[in-house]
Design a protein around this ligand. Structure first.
Ligand code: CU
Length: 643
């Protein structure tokens, strides 16, 4: 084992400097801080030849410290690092003090695996599989002479079921044609033990379906006839944007929030509040996409249900710059993000985030008195292999905050014999839909899971209330049988706060502050207002539902606990079943007059259409956080008249 030590002069060059005036302890790590983090760990002898940096992230200080933070204070600055050493298959967590330039803590975490290490996992899988005579034979049987004509990738073994308890690092291997289109070879089911360097499971059903014609695939390089561009629609702001930026803080139309790009979760919102008469009222302490899992409905594809956040590292792996004028409006401001590679080197992602104002349609009207709305959109996209996910956090002037998820990119597919449906159900693809000749896209679901740490007028006392609307039975109080009422149920414990949507009761939930009342005497609150959603089709005892336990409910609520960040657990890759929300919520912790966190599952059932091929037009799904008695009347009554 070679320990790489960094020379003293390098350390001096990165000496801690006074933080800039706009510094906030939740700001993402800078390029220099990522370099320092790796340097400090090396200098401490913690980085061996086989060590990889699975994640480097700002170690968020305790909530109380953040809420007490005032600019100018030299707040602590720490990095939280997950390291993996190939030499002894060891995962470790370190906290590095960037001001004191020392390793504050080091902990080995036995039996767990960090997410995909793209720099190594694919290459190691490739090396192991090529050396296996069964694979060589499988290629020969498929008539592939030139073995350089295929590439091999290794992914976290998601749906393979529980892994042996040895803790070894494993990958599922997929073999693709190298030339266009890069189709994966059917019939091969291969599990590779990356720690022992051997193929552990090899099944070849020998299927060799026809290769679909290349021109049914999306190829950005192929010349295609283009329609004429529409007449110009200019979006200009001659006096500049309506928002104000101070470091990572944004101020706009009463809203105040901070944002950052997180290596695992992507776009994160911090300390969201609404300013009224010079006082900032808190709404959300932190909000992010905490997990995403995509189970496929084709029985031949059980191995493939990736956890894009926990297994792949959504922010770090999915980095893709935004295209001005396409991914964001032409008046957008763009922000770079700094991610890192497995060797701890910073990677600058240009235009990782965009912020812009857009027309928001009618704000309100009555007769000839009407007002136009303006929205503020914070946006980012991640390309995770074939799929592209966009996240819009949309701030509205009326105090509502909307999450708009955009699904696009290329659907997974499998080649089939069918060229054209005959109308006879017999030749229909049962577990998918024919989207092009010889191409079936399997049915699948996307389960986005958001962690929403609401702080309504303070972190506490907050509590969660379920709201159901029910029709009154006919009787004395309801002689005309038209009465319906809204029933509120306080969710008293986290064990009892696993709730699913109910269309029959127009169910929704709110987080209220029982001690802060509006002018009408009502507790101030924010309501989670659902949009499209779904329940899993996998059976209750399936591996998927044990591993992605968060799909069991649309809404979960927990008392705030700083270590509870990821609903399927910290280590999802080959991780234990039932970790995360199902485990934390067994104890029946109180949610009454607490600091509460909402967890929301947003499910989308994707039954592929021909129109989704070869690249999908964006499908939107989302939810809203609406003020509910947070204001005592329409907060935009004073909006300016149109000019
Ligand atoms: Cu989809």
């Amino acid at each position: 084992v070679v320990v790489v030590l960094v020379a003293g002069c390098t350390l001096a060059a990165h000496a801690a400097q006074a933080p800039p005036a706009t510094f906030h302890p939740l700001d993402p790590l800078t390029r220099e801080e990522i370099v320092s983090t790796a340097d400090i760990l090396r200098a401490a002898g913690r980085v061996a030849e086989g060590t990889r940096f699975a994640s480097i992230d700002v170690n968020e200080p305790p909530k109380a410290e953040i809420l007490a933070f005032r600019s100018g204070i030299a707040a602590r600055r720490e990095a939280f690092v997950v390291l993996y050493n190939w030499a002894d298959n060891r995962t470790s967590e370190a906290v590095v003090d960037l001001r004191g330039r020392k390793v504050l803590s080091w902990k080995d975490v036995p039996g767990v695996q960090p997410p995909l290490i793209p720099e190594d996992d694919h290459a190691r899988t490739d090396r192991i599989l090529r050396a296996d005579p069964r694979w060589v034979e499988a290629m020969r049987r498929r008539g592939i002479q030139d073995l350089n004509g295929v590439v091999i990738a290794g992914y976290p073994p998601g749906g393979y079921g529980p892994q042996p308890p040895d803790g070894d690092r494993r990958a599922i291997a997929m073999t693709f044609y190298r030339d266009f289109p890069p189709i994966s070879l059917e019939g091969l089911t291969v599990l590779v033990n990356l720690t022992k360097g051997q193929v552990e499971r090899f099944e070849d059903s020998g299927a060799n379906p026809p290769r679909p014609n290349a021109d049914v695939f999306y190829d950005p390089g192929r010349p295609r006839p283009m329609r004429a561009a529409p007449k110009p629609l200019r979006i200009t702001q001659p006096q500049g944007p309506g928002f104000e930026i101070r470091g990572n803080e944004v101020r706009w139309e009463g809203w105040r929030f901070r944002f950052g790009m997180h290596p695992r979760e992507g776009l994160v919102l911090h300390t969201v509040g609404f300013e009224e008469r010079g006082v900032v009222r808190s709404v959300l302490y932190r909000a992010s996409l905490a997990e995403l899992v995509v189970p496929y409905g084709d029985p031949g594809w059980m191995f493939w249900n990736p956890f894009d956040v926990g297994e792949e590292g959504f922010g770090r792996y999915g980095r893709s710059p935004l295209t001005p004028g396409a991914d964001a409006q032409e008046n957008a401001s763009f922000f770079n993000a700094t991610m890192h590679d497995s060797f701890g080197r910073p990677i600058e992602v240009p235009r990782a985030v965009a912020l812009y104002e857009r027309d928001g349609g009618v704000l309100w009207r009555h007769g000839d008195d009407s007002r136009r709305a303006r929205d503020l959109v914070l946006t980012s996209f991640a390309t995770i292999d074939n799929y592209d996910y966009g996240f819009n956090w949309i701030f509205h002037q009326d105090g509502s905050l909307e999450v708009d998820v955009q699904m696009t990119g290329i659907m997974l597919f499998k080649p089939v014999e069918t060229v054209r449906e005959t109308g006879d159900h017999g030749d229909r693809a049962t577990f998918g839909h024919l989207v092009a000749p010889n191409v079936v896209a399997p049915h699948h679901q996307h389960f986005f899971h958001f962690r929403l740490d609401l702080d309504v007028d303070g972190a506490r006392p907050n509590q969660v209330v379920e709201m159901d609307t029910v029709g009154l039975p006919p009787g004395e109080g309801n002689p005309n049988r038209n009465g319906f009422m809204m029933k509120e149920t306080l969710l008293r414990t986290d064990t009892g706060a696993k709730r699913v949507l109910n269309l029959q009761t127009s169910r929704r939930w709110k987080v209220e502050n029982p001690d802060v009342k509006n002018a009408l005497g009502q507790p101030t609150a924010y309501m989670l207002f659902p949009g499209e959603n779904a329940l899993p089709f996998a059976p209750a005892d399936s591996f998927l539902r044990k591993k992605a336990g968060f799909v069991e409910a649309h809404l979960w609520a927990t008392p705030y606990a700083p270590r509870e960040r990821y609903p399927a657990g910290d280590y999802v890759n080959q991780g234990p079943l039932g970790d995360g929300l199902p485990r934390w919520t067994q104890a029946g912790r109180s949610l009454e007059r607490e600091d509460v966190v909402l967890w929301y599952t947003l499910g989308v059932t994707h039954l592929p259409r021909p129109e989704d091929w070869p690249v999908m037009p964006v499908h939107h799904a989302g939810f809203k956080l609406l003020p509910l008695g947070f204001f005592a009347r329409n907060p935009v009554l004073d909006a300016a008249r149109p000019r």
